[in-house]
Design a protein around this ligand. Sequence first.
Ligand SMILES: *Cc1c(COP(=O)(O)O)cnc(C)c1O
Length: 216
Amino acid sequence: MREKILEELLKSNTKLVAVSKTKPIAQLKEKYDQGQRIFGENRVQELVEKEAALPKDIEWHMIGHLQSNKVKYIAPFISLIHSVDSFKLLTEVNKQALKNNRIIDVLLQFHIGEEESKFGLTLAKATELLESESFQKLENIQVVGVMGMATFTSDNQQVRNEFKSLKRIFEQLKEQFFRDQDSFKEISMGMSGDYKIACEEGSTMVRIGSLLFGSR
Ligand SMILES: *Cc1c(COP(=O)(O)O)cnc(C)c1O
């Protein structure tokens, strides 16, 4: 399965984040042995346990909602946080990154689906955040792109439109705030059910769980 997905991702030059939440360490090791190096998790405690148990050349991504008071546990090793959606969280990531003497890469999460969700920024909110003076002072975080989740629906056109809207948000932010920063280049969109559409719409990173590991 992984080979088949990778073959499809090759066409659009998209990276595969293997979403291993709830799966036992042995299953991650199996994928690691097949060559997988990027794993995504959505719970801090599980992430910390798996990081300790598995090889050090794995890139760990936090893809789920993150509470500020838990950032400290993942700050020493996390490669990318996909789910930053508030200034408060961004400030805490910066603080913990500084303590660990590193710069932590983050994505801004946007609310693009129609489901009611507490999580995810609007373009207006993100613009306000990026324009603020307090944001300019955060030296230990680097915003490298955007993330979003499409509505869970069989209406492919709707899913496609939502991915298009995330791509537009990315382009607008790139133009307005990151024109000179080559590091701002990631669009994290696409899961097991919709990754093909996401790739067609410009995804640089898909987050795939059940298709790789079986249903949860
Ligand atoms: C669980 C999860 C995924 C993977 O979902 P699948 O449908 O199993 O591929 C992707 N992104 C986020 C944010 C998730 O929580």
